[in-house]
Design a protein around this ligand. Sequence first.
Ligand code: PLP
Length: 494
Amino acid sequence: MNPEQKLIDRYAAALMPNYGQPMLTLVSGQGCQVWDAAGDEYLDLIAGIAVSALGHGHPALAEAVAQQARRLAHASNLFMNEREIELAERLLALLGADGRPGARAHGRVFFANSGTEANEAALKVVRRAQAKRGSPDRRAIVAAEHGFHGRTMGALALTGKASIRDPFGPFGLDVRFVPYGDATALKEAVTGDVAAVFLEPCQGEAGVVPAPDGYLAAAREACDAAGALLVLDEIQSGIGRTGAWFAHQRDGILPDVLTLAKGLGGGLPIGACIGLGECGTALDKGDHGSTFGGNPVACAAALAVLDTIEADDLLANAAAVGEQLSAGIAAVTHPLLAGVRGRGLWLAALLTEPVAGLVESACRANGYLVNAVQPDAIRLAPPLILNAAQAVAFTAALPGILDATATAEATGTGHVITRPLLANGQGAWREAGSTARPHGAGHPGRPAPENGVRRPAEAGDDAGHPGRPAAGAGPAGASGAVAQPAGPAGGEES
Ligand code: PLP
């Protein structure tokens, strides 16, 4: 029995089956590369679901964690630790609304350990804030269809996908769902009994679906008009993923509450619920808590993430490489590819058929880790340090990956033939990246995407595919192929 199969068996016997069976064991990583238990190398284009902002093994993160762990690994909420204070100050400064140097948003931070916990805190904050306004009975919440806010009972109640929510109800919360992006429906739903509106600036688990321009501003307006509070869940979109510190910043609004997690800790578990204005002081002593929240090691990691994003200008990198990746995908013409949407290093390649599980599997077989976020959408959320050559390598490999998917689909085996790209222990993506022509500045002539979706290149589109290797220079043939079961059909929420 091969070592991977042994791990699969042990996993299945020891862990609850709630995630299904993951297909790969990751054992190490460096930069944007990771290695599995068999020593095969992959380009990590999903970063642990938009978490590993600095990639893997980043010295700044490793050093900050090691130093803090040696000094003081845990303090609890019985005591202060300076790292949590520093991190709260930094986050408030990043949210500073008026742009003055040193200015910071008037607010307060509660630290949790995950995204769902950050949203649980937000639910309690808005309840308390409304009570302090003299409206304790104002309890309804408006949230968006297809939204995702977490798996604990409060956050799950706000999650707009019935198939994962309903088996666990009732939740004791009055949640009203509206179609995402429809400002009129939102305005109508925000009535006098609504405590708060919870929204993602771009719906990640729904398939990286950005809010239409003006939607967040309309939500802000609707909340203000009705006396409701606006909670923005930036757990996936925050901390540089879209090329800005927070995705909502391009909309020129401020929420009352902002929730963060994922990329904030760069791989260490941390969540943050930031209350602005009255929401910063809505919780009184005894109202909420967490033993681990504000943990000094997690906060030290988060500070290292923020420092590195600043020092290495990773917001600009996310914007520029994200644009290259998006343009590169849009330039691929393939019957299975419908287009690409998203911003920064947070994209969805859209498929014409519900074969995302097979595409994910074909990507893996070719040395790329991606995520079948929906049956017809592949999510890319790579580390913010991804470089242009790595983006080019993936877009160059994409036609072959889609061909392999089509073959697997046509043969009906549900298996993708692994091309032995990694047989020599060297990542094919590196070879492709180093031999490909530089990607240049994307596609200057390409018009702005309509409805956030970039369509594939038209026939005759001269944008071509700068990174695609010449015919014959693609992946090696399928000799020595290893069949791997296809991943899930897609649509697995984190
Ligand atoms: N909110 C959003 C927008 C998310 O994308 C997620 C996770 O995918 C969560 C909340 C839940 O975060 P966690 O899995 O850390 O609890």
